[in-house]
Ligand binder design. Sequence first.
Ligand code: 0WE
Length: 257
Amino acid sequence: MGLLDGKIAVVFGVANHRSIGWQIALAFAQQGATLAFAAQERVLPEVQKLAATLGEPAVFPCDVQNDSDVPAVFAALGERYGGVDAVVHSLAFANREDVSGRRFVDTSRAGFLLALDVSAYSLTLIAQAAEPLLAARGGGSIVTMTYMGSERVIPNYNVMGVAKAALECSVRYLANDLGPKGIRVNAISAGPQRTLAARAIAGFPDMEKHVATHAPLRRNVEGQDLGSAALYLCSDLGRNVTGEVLHVDGGYNIIGM
Ligand code: 0WE
């Protein structure tokens, strides 16, 4: 008896085994979900290799900056399963120079638009295409990943903080639009994770150390913590929760000093 027995879940944004999307996929699979993945062309071989360890999940190429890729993923899922129950959005991108050692004030228009397009607009694009498939199953759940840099200034997070603020606000508007169809939309605000994106950040180990010594729970966040939170939001346990930003960060966000 799993919490997601008979459910179809699609995960956007796995790059490798450290990816938050992958940690969530593992938790979902353990609870009986059938998984599918949508990933960037350049990481398809890696994602296919990982997916193969969960049986035979469908893996689709998907560039969220391409208008036809996301609808194509859901069209294929519709043909294969007739509907979808859970959608995980776990992707973001900003130019390296816009999240490292420069001031936010120096962000270019192109860098700003790129970060917001990939990291925030993609959720709305995915929700648009997912709506009929989720509705076909009588409702469902969409979950995205965010970070406290949307609420407070984190050194170097810069334009990503603005993108995450837009993403969190999108969660509320999408939740309001899709609620009448039984579709819930929520975000998980995760403490720092050692993912591919995070490894590119100078000073990341210091951030981890800081959280481990200052968060109320005195520990960092693990993949399984995020898997459990996503499981809650995508299963019947979270049935009356929507438009929410759930902090899974050891309580770090409540600290003033
Ligand atoms: O949202 C994120 C990752 C965002 C991200 C990171 C990079 C680094 C490499 C988006 N795009 C890029 N592009 C690159 O070229 N996090 C919450 C992890 C993260 O990223 C940071 C952090 C933390 C934490 C960036 C600066 C400061 C802290």
